[in-house]
Write a protein that binds this ligand. Structure first.
Ligand code: PA5
Length: 444
């Protein structure tokens, strides 16, 4: 993985990025020594290098049971309890999954919304399919996931009988607390623990991400190896210029301090759409607090050049762009020649589709820079487990450093509770009587 900030540095005062080096250093040391705000959630920091082959084998063993017994596996989880797995699986899968012969079950995601049609249609689809469930919730009480699991558990038991259903329902939750733990222990499900000191959005390299990714048929050992190599590269003692996470954190903070408040992650591969979704949660939930924080947005290019491209090129100049570029596609396809050339495309005949894409990328970068949009360029060699593992740790470490430079606790999310309190009050959850009365007054 490489990071190039040359087209971003020119937008801030000379030396502004380097001037943040002491803060970057202090942030890294605070993470390392556990002296920063949120220091009870630093389990992700050295997670990749601490994952043992035995642990990988245990996850793969459980994945094998699901693979052998299920045509589809529903991953029930929301936020940090599903976005990482979804991002990795999408990045590595065939774009049209149904065309790909594979021994892996189809992976479906649910428990991340409360759409009645979504759940009805899921249930309709599963009626004719042998399915299993991975129920993921650190708190074990998240409403979206809990409602979905209630529906799926009953359906799975009706389909297979209670005893058989137990073989294909796996819980990933807290060691002791929460309804998901109580249910797993009482029903005797295979379960994995989400470590106390790893927050949801930093949990993709725990069983939260690793089990669904393994069930989908991908090499989780290579994913972890990529992350571990990046962990070593982003070591606290590495000089700033050699530490990609530190460079990223310093650059985006220097740009933010210069007045640009929105960071747009752009990819040029449809498979990376959910990298943007995962990254938005990681940075949005970590930094958007205390009235501060870069707003993380994302676009899929070149697709969105035909929608958001106008805004990026000419709208309010409060944005900067972080581009994820994949150097080599995994396949080869050329633009064919055409004797009649009715579409006038023969100037492209014989060129790789990826060459066209790369020229679109370069042309867009030049145009956006001309339009006043600083550009951070991140490239990986190809879409595989190792490279995605590198990106995961790079962004996690960058987030920890960046949030501390910003002066917030990057590891809490107090703002997420506000909607839950109102929703529970409106739905009459026991214990919310006072809030319910106050809300009824406001709604009069
Ligand atoms: O990052 C976070 O902590 C959150 O996004 C959680 O992952 C999300 O709210 C789901 O929580 P839980 O795993 O407790 O169901």
């Amino acid at each position: 993985m490489k990071i190039n900030i040359s087209k971003a540095a020119s937008f801030v005062a000379a030396g502004a990025i380097e001037a943040l080096e002491p803060q970057v250093k202090a942030a890294q040391e605070a993470l390392e020594q556990g002296t920063c705000p949120g220091n009870d959630f630093l389990g992700w920091l050295h997670l990749p290098s601490s994952i043992t082959p035995e642990f990988i084998a245990e996850i793969n063993e459980t994945a094998k049971v699901l693979k052998e017994n299920c045509e589809a596996v529903v991953v029930a989880g929301i936020g940090g309890s599903y976005l990482g797995a979804r991002m990795v699986i999408d990045a590595l899968s065939n774009s049209f999954g149904w065309l790909q012969p594979s021994d892996a079950p189809r992976i479906l995601f649910a428990g991340n919304n409360i759409g009645e049609d979504y759940l009805s249609e899921l249930i309709g689809y599963l009626k004719g399919v042998k399915f299993g469930v991975i129920n993921i919730s650190k708190s074990g009480t998240t409403t979206e996931t809990a409602i979905t699991f209630r529906l799926l558990k009953k359906m799975c038991e009706d389909q297979r009988g209670k005893e058989e259903a137990k073989k294909v329902i796996v819980a990933i939750t807290d060691a002791k607390k929460g309804a998901a733990r109580t249910t797993a222990d009482k029903e005797g499900y295979k379960s994995f623990i989400i470590p106390n000191n790893v927050g949801g959005r930093f949990s993709v390299l725990t069983p939260v991400g690793l089990l669904p990714i393994a069930v989908a048929g991908f090499d989780i050992a290579a994913l972890v190896k990529g992350a571990a190599d990046m962990e070593a590269q982003c070591d606290v003692n590495a000089p700033l210029a050699n530490n990609p996470a530190a460079v990223y954190a310093a650059t985006r903070n220097a740009i933010y301090q210069s007045g640009k408040k929105i960071e747009i992650m752009a990819n040029y591969q449809p498979k990376l759409h959910n990298l943007g979704e995962w990254w938005k949660q990681l940075y949005g939930e970590s930094e958007g607090k205390d009235g501060k924080g870069i707003f993380p947005a994302s676009v899929d290019l070149t697709t969105d050049l035909h929608s958001m491209g106008q805004w990026i090129q000419d709208g309010e100049r409060t944005i900067f762009e972080t581009v994820i570029s994949v150097e080599k596609p995994n396949t080869t396809l050329e633009v064919p020649s055409d004797a009649e050339n009715l579409d006038g495309l023969n100037f492209l005949a014989g060129k790789r589709i990826d060459e066209v894409n790369k020229m679109a990328e370069l042309g867009t970068q030049l145009a956006h820079v001309d339009g006043g949009v600083p550009n951070i360029h991140i490239s990986i060699e190809k879409l595989d487990e190792y490279n995605i593992g590198q990106l995961i740790y790079f962004f996690e470490k960058g987030c920890g450093i960046s949030g501390l430079i910003l002066g917030v606790n990057p590891f809490d999310q107090p703002g997420v509770e506000a909607y839950k309190k109102n929703m529970f009050a409106l739905l009459g959850k026991p214990g919310y009587e006072a809030e319910s009365a106050a809300i009824q007054e406001r709604l009069k």
